[in-house]
Design a protein. Sequence first.
Length: 129
Amino acid sequence: MEGQTPTSEERNTRQNFSDTKEATQHYVGSIARVTTMTPPQSTLAQTLFSKVRFRILKLLTESLILTADQIETKLGINYVATRKHLNALENADVLTHANFGKRVRYYRFKKSAKANAVKNLIEAWSFPE
């Protein structure tokens, strides 16, 4: 086998493999360039398709105003995760907070058309757990 000249079929197979490899490298390079673009602002889907965020919004539709500690306790998640989700909802212009002292923040729905639409959607699609 060693030292034999490759058949035309083997040469074609090697060429096809080489073409595929180059195409794959080009495609992967394109993806890398696309993913480095600046992400768009938060969308409704990104905001609501998190089960935890949906549960936070549901709690706020029922209670109107809650602290991060109250949300954390009712949902059974840690403080860091709670803050991350609350910040995401604030960045999406759905929630707002008011400070009480240096450490306590009260969260509620923002007074805007977008927040009201989300609140109405949560109320319409919420089912008892």
